[in-house]
Design a protein around this ligand. Structure first.
Ligand code: UDP
Length: 413
């Protein structure tokens, strides 16, 4: 049990872990439930897979539940996702009814747990109506929003907000996403796990094996984007940037590495669009990876000269910190949580167009020293701000303040 925390002491420093133990003392034995809509694929699952065992190790009775739904349900929730990130789309009233029914079925299945829990974290819009279905709840409920809702499509927000208003608190990743809600809103950016297969140090030969497996020539430069195939991640824009940059670096290779997520029915279309844009170019690899390809992604991030995350909307973008942790400069879309991680021209570059991305790729590939210095600053910045230990500390603080709500004084350390 204690081993897990000891490993974090190595990565983040022993005082960080001591602080976590101290904060968790008053929370020992508390029943805490996290609910989301997929066990694999995407950043939320990635974080919960580590956060929940760590809470358990700190003595908190934490569990992770996943709601189930059919294709129609996930099509509707994908429409929510798109609308909350700015597309002018709404589900039909029949689809909304089905969305509520599926949540009601899930609430029935988990009723005992949800009623008795001291604290429930509900992640993103998919399970948001659960609270409405648990009138006898005992604990505090928190809605955790992981997506960029700063330019949300109003009709969809108007539909969802009555469900959200019932919560005791909400958490957004950054100030720009906070909403007009009648409860306390906490701002907590996500994090990466430094000891996971995705981020742990690798031997050079492990990286070479992955290069060989995918036919990547290690003697030529390579740029990479790791992302679910989702239009907001702009894989086609990455291909355009690569084509422009290749004029100045003729040996340049591009790897797009991704897969779908169980709750994302649009992935197949986006993969087809991406392959069409790649147009059979032998130096572009469009990889479809299984959800547990963590070591492969780790190796690809280490093999890359530069990593791109050219999203046009992004709640946070774990892939940005993942690459920065490996000492890579990231060229990222000037949007959402990417702005928290990339300090422009310091830990990476923020761009808005394929042309802008190409210009930065060209600059870095022709100034290797600058590329390496930027990578070193990027790693330091992630160590100080975006490791799981900081994230857990902030969750514990929210739990303490909610568990003690009403008290005049809340002791945090
Ligand atoms: N990821 C993965 N396999 C893939 C694509 C992405 O394991 O094929 C991981 C990626 O390394 C990151 C997470 O899924 O840890 C994606 O999180 P992010 O915040 O970047 O984007 P989201 O998918 O949540 O929009």
């Amino acid at each position: 049990m204690v081993d897990l925390l000891a490993q974090y002491a190595d990565a983040a420093g022993p005082s960080v872990v001591d602080h976590l133990k101290q904060l968790a003392l008053p929370l020992k034995g508390l029943r805490v439930v996290h609910v989301n809509s997929t066990r694999v694929g995407g950043g939320v699952a990635e974080i919960l897979a580590k956060l929940v065992p760590l809470k358990q190790e700190l003595g908190i009775d934490a569990t992770w539940e996943v709601i189930s739904g059919d294709d129609g349900f996930f099509r509707t929730t994908k429409t929510f996702h798109n609308a909350l990130q700015g597309n002018t789309v709404s589900p039909t009233s029949q689809e909304l009814r089905h969305y509520e029914e599926v949540n009601s079925e899930n609430a029935g299945r988990m009723r005992e747990l949800l009623e008795s829990a001291n604290i429930v974290f509900v992640h993103d819009p998919q399970p948001a109506p659960l609270l409405d279905q648990v009138p006898k709840r005992r604990g505090k409920w928190i809605w955790r929003c992981h997506i960029d809702v700063s330019r949300r499509y109003q009709p969809v927000w108007d539909y969802l907000s009555p469900f959200l208003k019932e919560y005791d608190a909400s958490i957004f990743s950054l100030a720009a996403f906070a909403q007009n809600l009648p409860h306390t809103q906490y701002l907590i950016p996500p994090s990466i796990d430094p000891i996971s297969e995705k981020n742990m140090p690798l031997e050079a030969r492990d990286v070479q094996c992955v290069q060989e497996k995918f036919g990547i020539d290690p003697s030529r430069e390579m740029i990479l984007q790791v992302s679910r195939y989702d239009r907001f991640k702009d894989p086609v824009g990455v291909i355009q940037a690569y084509r422009l940059a290749r004029r100045f670096s003729p040996g340049l290779q591009l790897v797009l590495a991704g897969g779908g997520a169980d709750d994302d029915p649009e992935a197949a279309e986006v993969i087809a669009e991406t392959q069409e844009a790649a147009d059979g170019d032998p130096d572009i690899r469009v990889l479809l990876l299984p959800p547990d390809a963590h070591l492969t992604i780790n190796a690809l991030q280490r093999a890359a000269d530069i990593v791109l995350q050219k999203s046009t909307r992004e709640g946070f973008g774990l892939t940005v910190s993942e690459a920065m942790w490996k000492g890579k400069p990231v060229i990222g879309g000037d949007t959402g949580g990417i702005r928290l991680q990339i300090i422009d021209s310091h830990t990476g570059y923020l761009v808005s167009t394929p042309e802008g991305a190409a210009l930065r790729i060209r600059f870095l590939l022709h100034h290797r020293k600058r590329l390496e210095e930027m990578g070193t600053r990027a790693r330091d910045f992630v160590r100080d701000n975006f490791l799981l230990t900081r994230h857990l500390r902030e969750y514990l603080t929210v739990m303490l303040s909610l568990a003690d709500e009403g008290k005049d004084r809340i002791e945090l350390s």
